[in-house]
Design a binder for this molecule. Structure first.
Ligand SMILES: [Zn+2]
Length: 436
């Protein structure tokens, strides 16, 4: 970097600080000045800087907490043990913490204005079933373990940001809630976020979701998705003596082959996944049951509905084919149904929203570039209700999410921590000096 570039960078930095703090702090100052006439703005900036500077010397602690939390299993609907540990972490960051009836851990930092709430959240749960080996393995700069990145990264960042704000003694204008929520993955159907939004609705100004690694994106568009389960039942019998009886697994396979040949458009992007299949009791029994779980997603609600009805038609045809080809229909027929396991509503953050402006200001300060993304996250719930929400990565890099090879590399994670912190402070605003 030459001198001129360095100078222009420095000038840019200063400008960006001015822009960021002009926005929320000028309001505080104006409020403050009218009331008491004494400024307090610089002190507030120093506190923000102190919070930003808290991360670098504490990276080992942050990485350590991430590994520790990841090694506490949190399968869907069994987040309790991990919740206890996160609760203690948030309490040690000076928050008043409670666990709600759904299992969400909620740490409150009361603002001057208690009627307005900004949420920073990270989901507690993983996709991995009980019994999965979640021991963290270190190799070079990487940590390996199921769930290490999704959402060990988000949880570690949640605790670190709460701690940084506490250490810097920042008092927010709006009340901040630091939330580790349940039920984001699998069949949790976003129940934690649904309950949270339900409780605080009317007071919620913004929701910032921390999910996984990275600083390269901001999810502002909530992708609509549906999770369905096909269940086919039959009489069942012996593989030799009852051969010819309709077989639920055969029917499921016939229907599945039809379904996976369904054409989906590239635009609007539409996807499906046959994610889980089970049924049968033994190799030499005609099964009495077969089940299949299917996830369908689309940028278009109508494509989503079209795909869902295609699934039903294909399964109906699969069952019909199996019945028609079975030799012995006298001893029972196949019953089938498609059940809705979950539905994530769609929604979109307005381009003019203050939340997006706060994120963009944070990106500018950190000289970070990020793109708008469409995804299915905890932010779907607030977005579908018209509440400002985004989902972002919490820094560092990761890969292999939802697989046993999942990894996380904390190199450079400060960027993600600072980005989330600045966005949170940008939207929650700082309290006027006097009221501290
Ligand atoms: Zn996640």
């Amino acid at each position: 970097m030459n001198g001129a570039t360095a100078r222009s960078r420095a000038v840019k930095q200063v400008l960006v600080w001015v822009i960021l703090f002009a926005m929320p702090v000028r309001t505080s100052l104006a409020r403050h000045t009218t009331r008491s006439g004494s400024p307090g703005q610089l002190g507030e900036n120093a506190q923000v800087r102190a919070a930003l500077e808290w991360f670098a010397p504490n990276l080992n602690w942050i990485n350590g907490q991430q590994a520790r939390l990841t090694e506490i299993p949190a399968p869907p609907f069994q987040e309790g043990q991990r919740a206890v540990e996160v609760k203690a972490l948030l309490a040690s960051a000076g928050l008043s913490v409670q666990v709600d009836s759904t299992g969400n851990v909620i740490g409150e930092l009361r603002g001057v204005n208690e009627k307005e709430i900004v949420v920073l959240s990270a989901h507690l749960d993983t996709v991995f079933p009980a019994g999965t080996d979640v021991k963290v393995r270190h190799q070079a700069s990487r940590m390996f373990a199921p769930g290490i990145s999704d959402n060990g990264t988000g949880l570690a960042a949640l605790a670190a940001i709460a701690r940084a704000i506490h250490e810097a003694q920042i008092k927010p204008q709006r009340t901040m809630l630091f939330v580790a929520d349940v039920g984001e993955e699998g069949e949790g159907n976003l129940r934690g976020m649904r309950a949270l939004v339900d409780t605080y609705r009317g007071r919620l100004k913004a929701v910032i979701v921390l999910d996984g690694a990275g600083t390269d994106h901001v999810t502002t568009i909530a992708l609509a998705s549906r999770r369905l389960e096909v269940v086919i039942n039959g009489p069942g019998g012996h593989s030799w003596s009852d051969f010819g009886m309709p077989n639920p697994i055969n029917a499921l396979v016939r229907g599945s082959v039809r379904f996976i040949n369904t054409k989906v458009p590239a635009s609007p992007r539409t996807t499906f996944n046959l994610g889980q299949i089970e049924g049968g009791t033994s190799i030499n029994s005609i099964p009495y049951e077969a089940r299949l779980k299917v996830d369908v997603r689309s940028e278009s609600e109508s494509e989503l509905l079209r795909l869902e009805s295609a699934l039903r038609e294909c399964m109906a045809a699969g069952v019909r084919d199996e019945m028609e080809s079975s030799r012995d229909r006298s001893r029972g027929k196949l019953e089938w149904k498609v059940e809705l396991l979950g539905s994530r509503p769609g929604g979109e953050l307005a381009a003019q929203s203050p939340l997006l402006a706060a994120l963009r200001a944070a990106d500018a300060i950190l000289e970070n570039e990020s793109r708008i993304e469409r995804s299915s996250t905890d932010a779907n719930i607030p977005l579908s209700l018209g509440i400002d929400a985004i989902s972002i990565g919490a820094g560092g890099s990761g890969g292999g999410a939802h697989s046993l090879q999942e990894w996380y590399d904390p190199t450079g994670r400060e960027m993600g921590l600072k980005r989330a912190l600045l966005t949170l402070l940008g939207i929650a605003d700082l309290a006027p000096e006097k009221t501290k």
